[in-house]
Design a protein around this ligand. Structure first.
Ligand code: SF4
Ligand code: SF4
Length: 298
């Protein structure tokens, strides 16, 4: 595969800027892995491929997917918890990209402990909206307030999903993925609310400010605005450990399709019949005799 920088020959524009940012983040992530997998580190899990190369491949997959009609795409997220180091860089990137204030978070990284005695193991489980194919949130509110797009993204109508409906949707989500915006800022109570907390952001094709969304339900939208600009969701391009993967599972040669084919995967609370679009690699850690933490805890 050519060097990543050789592939970025586009003229500077928002799309190439976003892509360069993604690759720079990946380079940092690979450096972190180099530390984790040094000979002095204790039995770190092997890396099948450098994250930088995976990002380049996911960007190429994205181009191929965007060339197809929306209804032919099947966006999925594949999370390899063996690579997640719990740094929360993805959560911070998500907050910054989508102007998520202190009322909630589109994304959480849970710490899970399993095993006993000398075999105690800790793992991190990043989670966001699962973009369920059978979403309970949508059934809890009047038709049209929450909509399943043809590409699978579950979209909220910010002009209607507010007040009692926002709370009903949040209560119906079995993954705790929805929160209700309260308009607070992280810098409330300081001499000045910082400008970055008041800036406009784009979701569902429109510009918003958080002050306009008080009482409205909010959640992850797979960074739809970035996808449409040809870039990956912020959590994926920022992931320090290379744990996050995104793409069109209907493309036979895509990285996400390959990961799903090669690995045993689990989906969170699959027994509820929600048909989530976020998959977790369920292979065991190489250093512990127990099954993957995911086996019991998902
Ligand atoms: S994870 Fe929750 S908010 Fe997201 S689609 Fe499923 S039920 Fe709705
Ligand atoms: S950025 Fe990646 S490694 Fe860090 S917590 Fe998020 S998913 Fe895990």
């Amino acid at each position: 595969m050519p060097e990543p920088t050789q592939q970025l020959t586009e003229q500077p524009n928002r799309r190439s800027f976003l892509r360069r940012g993604a690759l720079a983040a990946a380079a940092g992530g690979f450096a972190a892995h180099a530390v984790l997998t040094s000979p002095t580190a204790r039995a770190a899990p092997p890396l099948p491929e450098a994250p930088t190369n995976e990002l380049v491949r996911m960007l190429a997959d994205l181009d191929a997917a965007l060339a197809k009609p929306a209804e032919k795409r099947r966006w999925v997220m594949v999370v390899d918890t063996r690579k997640c180091i719990g740094c929360n860089a993805c959560t911070v990137a998500c907050r910054a990209e989508n102007q998520v204030g202190p009322a909630g978070s589109y994304r959480r990284v849970l710490r899970i402990e399993s095993g006993a005695g000398p075999w105690v193991a800790g793992t991190f489980k990043p989670a966001n909206c699962m973009h369920c194919d059978n979403p309970p949130c949508a059934r809890a509110v009047p038709a049209g307030m929450i909509r399943k797009r043809p590409d699978g993204i579950v979209e909220l109508d910010y002009t209607r999903l507010k007040g009692q409906y926002a709370h009903a949707a949040a209560a119906a989500c079995p993954y705790g993925a929805i929160h209700v915006e309260d308009g607070r800022n992280f810098t409330d109570g300081t001499p000045a609310v910082q400008e970055y907390e008041k800036r406009e952001f784009v979701e569902y094709g429109k510009s918003w400010r958080r002050s306009e969304l008080v009482g409205v339900a909010r959640k992850c939208h797979f960074c739809l605005h970035l996808l449409e600009a040809g870039s990956l969701p912020a959590c994926v391009s920022t992931c320090i450990g290379g744990a996050m993967h995104f793409g069109d599972a209907s493309l036979p040669n895509s990285l996400v399709r390959e990961l799903l084919n090669k690995n045993r995967t689990l989906r969170h609370k699959e027994d509820l019949g929600t048909a989530p679009r976020v998959y977790y690699v369920a292979e065991p850690f190489p250093t512990t005799p127990q099954a993957a933490c995911n086996t019991c805890h998902y």
